[in-house]
Design a protein around this ligand. Structure first.
Ligand code: NAD
Ligand code: ZN
Length: 351
């Protein structure tokens, strides 16, 4: 059995606005219902940057270790934990724990639990070598799954898979993925394809356009070059009537105000991205007479998690990622601010 060290490296923020500091801190001990996970790799989600910047009307813990796409190995467990073994491969995801007894938890809507613990937000997350998580909520990973490649699935993958299910889109139909060049967007195209859906990608730049083609999108609308995004998205559908659903994973407000205009009559707009201070906007007249649905979708429950992981395990999901050291988190944030990341960055906690 691996020795658990007393000290470890972590990325910490002390104040809203950052910066993140790469420092040595204590390794925590798991409580009775918790496991201690030796995080090997952790994806960097735009949510982690929102947390640093204090973008949302929900305060973070401070000081804070961010991160919620942590893949690793269980090295210790509390005395009540019976179904997770030392040596198991697990994922630490956004929902770190929930009460398991409220109305929402009883209905498997754990993300809606008012006592849910959020990794890298209200509790310390996966930007450290040893991370605590509630045993009931860790994602179970088959040992044949590579821990670096699977880490982005633990938030981005689960979230877009859930969003696609929430959209109600059926095989053969067309879905617009807005913010397609980023972490969630790249996985959304792969999950959509695996679910038998056709995708139109919306983002900007040649690198992201090329990536989206490779990920299976048959059309790309560059929001920075297009003179009329609404018209261009509709024109990209075979009958010109617009996509059956829209998955909004962009980090700006504007596309949240356009989607209702180009979605197909009876179509569904699924809001997932969480730009700071943003509002939805849709014309009442058109929304009514075109019978449009606009809804939010928030991560996924434990069952969505195992389904999303099973798609991955079957080899249906391949999205680009770059591995850098945990010490390089600030560089990743800088690129994220510049909109310069096609796909996902994954941190290797050993460097
Ligand atoms: P990312 O930075 O990797 O990708 C965002 C993409 O949006 C970028 O490629 C960017 O170019 C693109 N974009 C910016 N403006 C756009 C516009 N006007 N039109 C189209 N695309 C545009 O971010 P990510 O990690 O994929 O996260 C995306 C968002 O999803 C974040 O706000 C994050 O907090 C949120 N999120 C929500 C949930 C949830 O459960 N609802 C879960 C995870 C992440
Ligand atoms: Zn995330």
């Amino acid at each position: 059995m691996a020795q658990v060290p007393k000290r470890q490296m972590a990325q910490i923020i002390y104040n809203v606005g950052g910066p993140v500091k790469y420092e040595e801190i204590d390794v925590q001990e798991p409580a009775a219902d918790e496991v201690l996970v030796n995080i090997k790799f952790s994806g960097v989600c735009h949510t982690d940057l929102h947390a640093v910047n204090g973008d949302w009307p929900l305060p973070t813990k401070l000081p804070l270790v961010g991160g919620h796409e942590g893949a690793g190995v269980v090295v210790a467990r509390g005395e009540l934990v019976k179904d997770v073994e030392i040596g198991d491969h697990v994922g630490v995801k956004w929902i770190n724990g929930s009460c398991l007894s409220c109305d929402f938890c009883q209905r498997s809507d754990e993300p809606l639990c008012s006592k849910a613990l959020l990794s890298g937000y209200t509790v310390d997350g996966s930007f450290q070598q040893y991370c605590i998580a509630k045993a009931a909520h860790v994602a179970r990973l088959h040992k044949d799954i590579p821990l670096d490649a699977v880490s982005p699935v633990l938030c981005a993958g689960i979230t877009v898979y859930k969003g696609l299910k929430e959209s109600g889109a059926r095989p053969g139909q067309t879905v617009a993925i807005v913010g397609a060049g980023g972490g969630l967007g790249s996985l959304a195209q792969q999950y959509a394809r695996a679910m038998g859906l056709k995708t139109i990608a919306i983002d900007t730049g040649d690198a992201k356009a090329a990536m989206c083609k490779e990920l299976g999108s048959y059309a790309f609308v560059d929001f920075a070059k297009s003179k009329d995004v609404v018209k261009d998205v509709q024109a990209a559908t075979p009958d010109g009537l617009g996509p059956h659903a829209v998955i909004l994973v962009a980090v700006n407000e504007k596309p949240f105000q356009q989607a209702a205009e180009y979605v197909r009559p009876r179509g569904t707009v699924v809001c997932i991205g969480l730009p700071a201070g943003a509002y939805l906007r849709a014309p009442v007249f058109d929304s009514v007479i075109r019978m449009i649905t606009i809804k939010g979708s928030y991560v996924g429950n434990r069952h969505d998690t195992s389904e999303a992981l099973e798609f991955y395990r079957q080899g249906l999901i391949k999205a680009p990622y770059k591995v850098v050291g945990l010490s390089e988190l600030q560089m990743v944030y800088d690129k994220m601010v510049a909109g310069d990341i096609a796909g996902r960055y994954v941190l290797d906690t050993s460097r």
